[in-house]
Design a protein around this ligand. Structure first.
Ligand code: PMP
Length: 282
């Protein structure tokens, strides 16, 4: 595998960064993941806009122009062929003597690599997945796509140890999002997802699902989801670039709705697949 590191395309085994890199020492950096299907980068501009915003929020200068980012992606995809892939990019504040305040002269470290992604398979989509609720122990700037993911890692691990695919995080009585996904519920026939604020990542898939649902004329509402609404929801979905729309059919060992992926999910999943196909055809 060939990766892009600081202006160069190098085999992954030869890519090296300093032990003083602030990404390594402080998790001082941001990242993005862009899904690629049949050579098409899904919502590339939206992902780049979110990157620009994350960089601004942590006061990192954007190391590349938008056309430069795009040409790095195109070149890496050429060098790393495959069917379903994800572009992972990360920018850190670079290597400098360890001190919390920003270094005066440090070059940001820029890494871009292509990962294979495995979308949920047909079997999984037939049964749906299990999720558990856990307390949200993260900071109050979850809207920044920071590489500092320890609470997300711990939550996902606890979910996996409890036989679940994802942790749904609860903050002050509200269900906010998953450890690496956004949350939707279907309640009284309405598709509901929490409004964007500092406690959740503004997911690109989330926005796309809202847009597709509105196009189809489904009722969609951005509204907080109290924890106790989860147990009476007809459907629960989790969305992300790599897992698309995932139906949750068991929550804390209890069936969601009738315990099978619901009709609203079936329809949204079909719309999402159609949208991907249309994009690839362009
Ligand atoms: N929330 C969190 C905490 C995430 O890590 C992710 C995926 N990176 C998402 C939501 C989903 O975002 P997207 O749809 O842009 O992949």
């Amino acid at each position: 595998r060939v990766v892009y590191l600081n202006g160069q395309y190098v085999p992954e085994s030869e890519a090296r960064i300093s032990v003083l890199d602030r990404g390594f020492l402080f998790a001082d950096g941001v990242y993005e993941v862009i899904p690629v299907y049949g050579g098409c980068l899904l919502q590339e501009d939206e992902h780049l806009q979110r990157l620009v915003r994350s960089l601004e929020q942590v006061r990192l200068p954007n190391p590349l122009s938008l056309p430069q980012w795009k040409s790095v992606f195109a070149e890496l995809l050429r060098l790393n062929p495959g069917p379903e892939r994800g572009i992972y990019l990360q920018v850190t504040r670079g290597a400098a003597r360890r001190d919390h305040a920003f270094p005066k002269a440090a070059e940001p470290t820029v890494l871009v690599m292509v990962n294979p992604i495995s979308l949920p398979d047909a079997e999984l989509l037939k049964t749906g997945v299990a999720a558990v609720t856990l307390s949200d122990d993260r900071w109050s700037r979850c809207d920044i796509k920071s590489i500092s993911l320890l609470p997300n890692v711990l939550a996902r691990q606890q979910a996996v140890e409890q036989g679940a695919a994802e942790a749904i995080l609860i903050r002050q009585g509200l269900a906010v999002e998953g450890a690496a996904s956004n949350l939707f519920v279907v309640a009284d026939g309405v598709i509901v997802t929490p409004p964007k604020d500092r406690h959740l990542l503004p997911g690109i898939t989330r926005d796309l699902v809202i847009e597709l649902a509105q196009q189809q004329g489904y009722p969609v509402m951005e509204s907080v989801i109290p924890e106790d609404q989860l147990s009476v929801a007809q459907e629960i979905w989790l969305t992300s670039s790599t897992r698309e729309i995932l139906p949750v059919t068991r929550l804390n060992e209890t069936p969601v709705g009738d315990g099978k992926p619901g009709p609203a999910w079936q329809q949204m999943h079909a719309h999402y697949q159609r949208f991907k196909k249309e994009r690839q055809a362009l």
